[in-house]
Design a protein around this ligand. Structure first.
Ligand code: 15L
Length: 264
């Protein structure tokens, strides 16, 4: 089995590479910056918005894991080209190559302006908090289209915060451990149909449902609670009046994230 991983040099890609390694599996690592392949890996330096390069990248591929694109807020033109057009180019190349399964990194920021709730349901209606969030809504919409129109199996992961450990108090709720991320990706890589699932660990303080992710076979094993004492001692409890606590997207919802303030 050959899996094409876009955005392989990024944070999530770097966590996943060793965790997705399997006997008989080849990971084709694609990124805009060069990546050094290890055993069981092959690498390709390419831009996801380049249709010819993406056609080549799909050759002999059974499944795609799309992590490429901007992972934070950027000016509209960059989001449009890299995240939105890049996802279209990728899906189009996958369809033409007859790739069966596509797993894509969406984000909690697709729904970031929803108020925090005890357990937000799966398939929560889009309420993006940034242009970046809009691009994740579009990614989900494109995935839905390519499933319904062309029959691709597509799973979109509304990832919370995928880091080695929670970096602040909000992440006690939104954390996805790298090991659980790999478990979720493994389940998604063989899921049929179209799904949008939350990408979080089994955090005691989680704000989001795990039902749909469990329905495709994800069994999270980690819980951020083991870090709670240390994180709270350092950062304190979340202030209920703060956007970081009252809205799902946290600080991405802050007015100062307006694109005029991004230095361009
Ligand atoms: C995301 O979508 C970002 O890519 C990541 O850097 C984190 O900030 C994460 O969301 C989050 O909400 O913690």
């Amino acid at each position: 089995m050959r899996i094409l991983m876009t955005g392989a040099a990024g944070g999530v890609g770097t966590h996943l590479r060793p965790r997705l390694a399997r006997e008989g599996r080849v990971l084709r690592l694609l990124d805009i910056v060069p990546v050094e392949p290890g055993p069981g890996e092959e690498a390709m330096t390419a831009d996801v918005t380049d249709p010819d390069a993406m056609t080549k990248a799909m050759d002999g591929v059974d499944a795609v894991l799309h992590l490429g694109g901007h992972s934070l807020e950027q000016p509209w033109a960059d989001i449009l080209q890299v995240n939105i057009n890049g996802t279209y180019v990728l899906l189009e190349a996958a369809r033409k190559a007859g790739v069966r399964h596509v797993v894509m990194a969406s984000s909690n920021h697709a729904v970031g302006f929803h108020p925090r709730m005890a357990e937000a349901p799966d398939y929560l209606f889009p309420r993006p908090d940034t242009f970046y969030g809009v691009s994740k809504v579009t990614l989900e919409a494109l995935g839905s289209l390519y499933h319904d129109r062309y029959g691709l199996a597509v799973t979109c992961l509304r990832i919370g915060s995928c880091f080695e450990r929670p970096k602040d108090t909000r992440m006690l709720s939104t954390w996805l451990s790298p090991d659980d991320c790999a478990r979720l990706v493994e389940a998604a890589l063989v899921a049929d149909g179209f799904h949008i699932v939350w990408g979080i660990s089994a955090n005691t303080r989680r704000w989001w449902s795990l039902d749909e992710a469990r329905a495709i076979g994800y069994e999270p094993k980690d819980d951020s609670e083991v870090y709670a004492e240390e994180v709270i001692a350092r950062y304190g409890e979340l202030d209920p009046g703060d956007i970081a606590y009252s809205l799902l997207g946290g600080t991405f919802c802050r007015p100062e994230l307006h694109v005029d303030n991004l230095g361009r």
